[in-house]
Write a protein of this length. Structure first.
Length: 142
């Protein structure tokens, strides 16, 4: 018979709380540097005191994502990954939302965006059926 070791009483309490151990430390450390850059450049926590426009942070995040998508891994200014810079921007955007300091200057919501997405997903599925063998992309990857 195998003996079962009892768990520490703290384990029972702690296991039902928010688990931070699932957050990748390396990414969070890089994001901290990305946020620190803004802290030094613009002043710490300015985004909690002075309301921010959603469009400014959306645009910045998208520029970083597009630069990364186009093959530029590192932001030449900060020397951080464009992905890290985009995450840092999203962190500030979400913080502003949670603290009611976001100026929501998004365009009016499209009426049929969900229906349109469903139609486009169906069209994509038909393309996959029509062309089941996808040609290899010219990505430059070996």
């Amino acid at each position: 018979m195998t003996a079962v070791k009892q768990s520490n009483p703290k384990d029972m309490v702690g296991s039902s709380k928010v688990s931070l151990s699932c957050v990748p430390a390396q990414v969070m450390l890089e994001v901290a540097v990305g946020l620190y850059e803004g802290y030094r450049k613009y002043g710490g926590y300015n985004f909690r005191v002075i309301p921010i426009r959603a469009s400014i942070y959306y645009d910045a995040c998208m520029r970083h994502l597009m630069s990364w998508q186009e093959g530029q891994d590192v932001d030449p200014d900060s020397k951080l990954s464009h992905i890290t810079k985009a995450i840092a921007g999203l962190v500030i955007l979400r913080d502003a939302m949670m603290n009611d300091v976001l100026i929501d200057d998004r365009p009016p919501k499209s009426k049929n965006v969900d229906d349109m997405l469903n139609d486009l997903n169906e069209a994509t599925a038909k393309l996959i059926t029509k062309h089941p063998e996808c040609k290899k992309a010219y990505t430059g990857a070996k």
